[in-house]
Design a protein around this ligand. Structure first.
Ligand code: HSE
Length: 439
């Protein structure tokens, strides 16, 4: 039986989970891989903590279990990179720093396969990394980088090779979905729900990337690369997060039988790709509206096979680690038969003002007669058909209401708002919120 020798760099929540699974079910993995899977080395600054947490023998750790300085850890990493004994390196240090970027390039340049959960690195600095893997004929496993335990990468790359992906959408950040679910179910304000997420371990101490759409954006960038063979950046996606969602927004959504979700969305229409990450109102008839708490869900609509949903845990130690271990087995089994990323296709991205959706627009105005009439007329002047106008909520001298439109472009709505501002300066007391409605 062939042997695949593995090293793990970083034995925190995910790296430790990988070591735990490889140790616990090593024989099963080797049988599935038709190759003996051997975990040779782990580099970790605090081996004792990791050893206890994941029930790992101390002699697996470089340095024999003593605490390492950064310089010592780096020395061991360099030894692993130049070792001819190691075939595959698991990078679970995380982040997109120059250090981790160069480390991944060095691993690939040394002729070793790389398996990582590092979505930020691959989404923002992945081009050279994937090119290096191609040049060196080694493989990059990154199933764990998109939605943790959900096998979405291999589903698109391996299971849908007989189809054409029309659209990919979904809930790809568990923290923001947990916050929105709490706001919806417990009638909390955003700040209260965020605090709860932090207290219950769903959000990082610095939850910025989770709530501003950045983390979900990284995942969508990788899925677009797989589904459509193009490179996009965060700027291309016009990303917005959930930090400005209020209880009122949730109520307006309920009024039209919808829930607010942070949605990753990419769709190819007539050769153009529409892609965005933003809060959307998901109609209660759409399965995604039922995906609550920290769960992730991806919806794929294919030309020949129709709609598929994959639902599961987007984070967690053994959950995310399972995807890394699956990549290890996959690489052991198929090696150079695996395609890292699909061939490049023509890059044709639609501008966000051309996105056609039904939209909900929420207005904050003075409590003055004629306001609703003026605003809805301005919307009609842009050839936008209105589906419903909400109850008008009055609070002293202020009022709020929302308008649900039939499908139109974001550009038409922006024109209507411009007309209102030009003709009635001061009528709008804040920037109207515009959210697509997903049926
Ligand atoms: N922090 C992410 C989430 C998981 O909340 O879904 C890792 O991307």
């Amino acid at each position: 039986m062939d042997i695949l020798n593995i090293a793990i760099l970083g034995c925190g929540t995910v790296g430790g989970g990988v070591a735990q699974i490889i140790t616990e079910i090593n024989q099963d993995l080797s049988i599935r891989a038709k190759t003996k899977i051997v975990l040779r080395k782990i580099v970790e600054l605090s081996p004792c903590t990791a050893s206890e947490r994941f029930n790992l023998p101390l002699d697996l750790f470089c340095g024999g279990g003593k605490e390492l300085t950064g310089a010592e850890a780096n020395q061991y990493i360099q030894e692993i990179i130049s070792s001819r004994e190691i075939d595959l390196v698991v990078e679970t240090i995380g982040g997109k720093s120059d250090f981790v970027y160069n480390l991944c390039l060095d691993i690939l340049n040394s002729g070793k396969h790389l398996v990582t959960a590092n979505k930020a690195l691959l989404a923002e600095r992945g081009k050279t990394i994937f090119e290096t893997a191609e040049a060196k004929n080694v493989k990059i496993g990154f199933e764990a980088a998109v939605c943790g335990a959900i096998p979405i990468i291999k589903t698109i790359q391996e299971s849908f090779t007989g189809d054409k992906v029309l659209s990919v959408s979904g809930i790809m950040n568990g923290t923001s979905n947990y916050i929105l679910t709490q706001m919806q179910d417990e009638k909390l304000e955003f700040a209260e729900a965020l605090k709860l997420a932090q207290e219950n371990g769903y959000a990082e101490a610095d939850p910025l990337l989770d709530i501003n759409g950045g983390d979900a954006g990284h995942k969508l960038i990788l899925l677009i690369k797989l589904a459509y063979g193009i490179d996009v950046s965060k700027d291309d996606l016009s990303i917005s997060g959930i930090e400005n969602i209020t209880k009122e927004d949730i109520d307006f959504a309920s009024e039209i039988d919808a829930k607010i979700k942070l949605i990753c969305y990419a769709k190819k229409i007539n050769g153009s790709i529409y892609a965005t990450v933003r809060p959307m109102l998901v109609k209660n008839s759409n399965f995604l509206s039922d995906v609550s708490g920290a769960t992730n869900a991806v919806r794929i609509n294919n030309k020949y096979s129709g709609v598929h949903f994959l639902v599961g845990k987007g984070a967690g130690s053994t959950e995310t680690a399972m995807s890394i271990v699956s990549d290890i087995v996959f690489i052991a089994r198929y090696g150079d038969k695996i395609q890292n990323i699909p061939a490049k296709q023509e890059r044709n991205l639609a501008e966000s003002h051309k996105f056609v959706f039904p939209y909900l627009i929420t207005f904050q105005t003075g409590n003055i007669p004629g306001t609703t009439g003026f605003i809805t007329t301005a919307i009609g002047n842009q050839e936008i058909n209105i589906e419903t106008v909400s109850h008008n909520r009055h609070k002293g001298e202020k009022a709020m209401f929302s308008v649900a439109t039939m499908p139109c472009t974001l550009g038409q709505i922006e024109n209507a708002i411009r007309e209102i501002r030009n003709e009635k300066p001061g009528m709008l007391l804040s920037e109207p919120k515009i959210m697509p409605i997903l049926y």
